[in-house]
Unconditional design. Structure first.
Length: 309
């Protein structure tokens, strides 16, 4: 198997681009990506993304769809089944700006604009699906049934690790039924599918979402709830009001997804309960442990939040 450096040179040449002048490895971005940031002899910059021990088709069809609909995503320049070559997106990761205490209201407005553009790609209510490398297959789905089923599937994990959540589930099921009409009437939308704050790049003039490996079509409120949850896990306060100044009004189902998203993530997220993947390095283990502990704190307040319904 060729090295990532050899792949970089080969894919740049195959894309008809000028030669690589310099490159550097990028760390701290995801758990399973190897990334090289390269500068070409004409000063253009590109990024090589290589998933470790994984091969997948080059997402040409998906890239064309994103570009056609003016979605804030980096342009795909080339690649093969082992790696992909993208335009470089200048800026800082949302995670880094939050950690450094440098997220301003203007920056949040830029993030809101980016998600508004993604969620502007709409589909009829009751249709969901995953977006493959070259096809988008939508299937009929009942969001009410799916939320009930998710809670039921999470019960064993909750019983083993967070039994204090179980007494609140009947109330949560009742809230879902009470919101059933609204849930079923909501049009679905394109969603990035992995709103880790490392995938949100805030530049001087725009915000771009990178790493479009798991896009889907779903209720846009679900994705906003997931972003809100991620922010809560790292800053304890969630997405601020400035985000919605440019995104638009809070989607009607955001409140219900804010209740169910932490349960979904605890039961099916990177730790799937209490255990941390032993193959992670020390830094990654510390990060995931912090997420888990913050998520537990979030779920500890579920009863109080349910009183709002």
């Amino acid at each position: 198997m060729p090295s990532s450096i050899a792949l970089l040179h080969d894919l740049v040449a195959a894309a008809g681009l000028p030669e690589v002048a310099s490159y550097r490895a990028v760390t701290g971005h995801g758990f399973n990506n190897e990334i090289l940031h390269a500068t070409l002899v004409d000063s253009r910059q590109v990024v090589l993304r290589r998933l470790q021990d994984v091969s997948r088709p080059l997402p040409l069809g998906r890239a064309r769809f994103l570009a056609h609909h003016d979605v804030p995503a980096p342009a795909l320049l080339g690649g093969d089944e082992s790696a992909s070559l993208y335009e470089y997106v200048p800026g800082k990761m949302l995670s880094a700006l939050v950690a450094e205490g440098r997220m301003t209201d203007d920056a949040w407005r830029s993030v809101g604009t980016a998600f508004r553009r993604v969620h502007a790609v709409r589909f009829p209510a009751g249709l969901t699906g995953d977006f493959g490398p070259d096809n988008l297959i939508l299937n009929p789905a009942d969001p009410v049934h799916d939320l009930h089923a998710m809670l039921v599937s999470a019960e064993p994990c909750l019983k083993a690790n967070l039994p204090f959540v179980l007494p609140h589930l009947p109330h949560l099921h009742a809230v879902i039924d009470d919101q059933a009409g609204q849930l079923r009437a909501t049009r679905t939308a394109l969603a990035h599918g992995d709103v880790n704050p490392t995938n949100v790049i805030i530049g001087s003039s725009r915000t771009t979402l990178i790493d479009w490996d798991e896009p889907r079509v779903s209720d846009p409120a679900r994705e906003l709830a997931e972003l809100d949850e991620r922010m809560y896990l790292i800053n304890g306060s969630g997405v601020p009001a400035a985000f919605f100044e440019t995104y638009g009004p809070c989607p009607p189902n955001l409140a219900i997804h804010r209740l169910t998203s932490p349960i979904r993530w605890f039961g099916h997220g990177p730790f799937a309960g209490w255990e941390i993947d032993p193959d992670l390095d020390a830094t990654q283990k510390a990060q995931v442990t912090g997420w888990r502990n913050s998520l537990v704190g979030c779920l500890a307040g579920l009863g109080e939040r349910l009183k709002e319904f």
